[in-house]
Design a protein around this ligand. Structure first.
Ligand code: DLL
Length: 433
């Protein structure tokens, strides 16, 4: 049976709810005691931990947003002293400051076991060779999956990103059986293989575990067919833990949420009110077992719906639908989260003031690209050509240092960007996913 932790993955709803309530109460006590932000918020709302007597009481608690994390940068939301933290990761903030998350030893153990769940559900066992082509660094994807795969006892090939031809060579020579990366990078690998005349059927790949960015059923079919493997969708976000929040089983009909570790809710993104079961809305998550960085009702900004109907695989948890949209303007470019506000800050800081601009995002051969088009203002016009070029270089450098992506940038004539009612739409996302 492809279930890593049958005790927790196949619990009856009654047992699960009992466990969730115990863990929720413990978490609320801990954050009330150790995190000033939560204590202040609870006090403002007149809540004490003893008020949480049932799971329904969760809605009494305040929602937590990325802005709250920004305001408490870097360690303000940690619930343990730093000496108990064994790992730090980070993710994009809406400004030039990132979000910082921490893990205790127990958190790493928890995280590894959650990742082991979705890897096992996809079919991975200790006999597999898992090639991880996520970026190793502050991003939670690579290390999260790495530890999960080792927990299963699989052999990990920590490739990291880039160097597509070497990835293919290693796949051929080391006989990788599972590939873990973003879905767009999987397609990129497939296109390169075709160019190199490598037949995917000659490889040993059986499973592709993808996530970190939105993709579609059409992309899944294309990847499965071009790479000759079975592809599953896996969801997570750094603020809550990283990968290992939800993952598909072999039935591929929604991602099982690990509800003994996270309570999911769906809210109306405009009002913040919880929506009736089955509705589409913004996913809100509360962590139940994390020590260093517990999250209470965190607004993920991801739009989805939950399905509580039984799954033939035997897991009893709710399944979330593919995430195709967000309730904010965050973009994911080659797997990297980017906020238009970060780009704007970089452009205005370099131009020493506001200047009309537009961000254009495209996808060609599965590769995302971003171009920042800036209108020539009087200030820029007065610069000689060489200086204009160096201005563009500075914009690109600044964006890279803040958002961690390479963009192209160009200047266009005054008033040449398309305007509607006098306004330029800041982002033109031309990708078809
Ligand atoms: O992307 C964690 C992760 C890594 C998940 C690897 C799965 C695999 P962040 O960098 O914090 O963390 O980005 C989180 O990415 O809020 C979603 O908008 C998006 N996202 C993640 N997984 C999926 C998915 C990781 N399967 C943000 N489908 C989230 C659609 C996804 N969007």
């Amino acid at each position: 049976m492809n279930i890593w932790d049958p005790t927790h993955e196949c619990m009856s709803r009654d047992e699960l709810e009992q466990l969730q309530l115990e863990r929720l109460q413990a978490t609320i006590n801990r954050v009330h005691k150790n995190v000033t932000h939560y204590r202040k918020k609870f006090t403002q709302m007149g809540i004490i931990p003893e008020d949480i007597c049932s799971l329904a009481d969760l809605t009494k608690l305040p929602l937590t947003t990325k802005e709250d994390l920004n305001l408490n940068y870097p360690y303000g939301m940690f619930a343990v002293p730093l000496r108990e933290v064994v790992r730090i990761h980070s993710s994009s903030g809406t400004t030039s400051k990132p979000i910082v998350v921490g893990y205790t030893k127990n958190d790493i153990r928890l995280w590894s076991n959650l990742v082991a769940r979705f890897m096992t559900a996809a079919g991975v066992t200790h006999d597999d060779l898992v090639q991880i082509a996520f970026h190793y660094g502050l991003f939670t994807g690579a290390f999260g999956v790495h530890y999960g795969a080792e927990t299963i006892g699989a052999s990990v090939i920590p490739m990291g990103t880039g160097n597509t031809e070497k990835q293919i060579m290693i796949m051929q020579d080391y006989k990788s059986t599972a590939l873990v990366c973003t879905p767009s990078y999987a397609l990129s690998l497939a296109y390169r293989m075709e160019k190199l005349g490598v037949n995917s059927k000659s490889l040993s790949l059986k499973f592709g575990l993808f996530g970190g960015e939105p993709w579609s059923e059409a992309m899944r079919s294309e990847i499965e067919q071009r790479l000759s493997l079975s592809a599953t969708d896996n969801y997570g976000l750094s603020e809550v833990i990283g990968p290992g929040i939800a993952g598909e089983c072999s039935h591929k009909n929604g991602m099982h949420i690990y509800e003994d570790a996270f309570i999911p809710e769906i809210i109306n993104p405009d009002t913040g009110m919880v929506l009736p079961q089955g509705s589409e809305g913004e996913l809100v998550l509360t962590t139940l077992s994390k020590e260093a960085f517990p999250m209470i009702r965190y607004r993920t900004r991801d739009i989805t719906s939950l399905d509580y109907s039984p799954c033939p695989c035997g897991r009893t948890s709710a399944r979330m639908k593919r995430v195709a949209r967000r309730s904010d303007d965050m973009l994911i470019i080659k797997g990297v989260n980017v906020y238009p506000s970060q780009i704007e800050e970089a452009v205005f800081a370099t131009a020493l003031g506001e200047t009309p601009y537009q961000i254009v995002v495209e996808r060609a051969d599965a590769m995302d690209s971003m171009e920042v088009i800036i209108e020539i203002t009087d200030k820029i016009f007065d610069l000689e050509l060489k200086k204009q070029r160096s201005f563009l270089e500075q914009v690109k450098k600044r964006i890279n240092s803040v958002a961690g992506i390479n963009v192209s940038a160009k200047l266009v004539e005054v008033k040449s960007l398309p305007r509607k009612d006098g306004k330029i739409s800041r982002v033109l996302d031309k990708r078809k996913i």
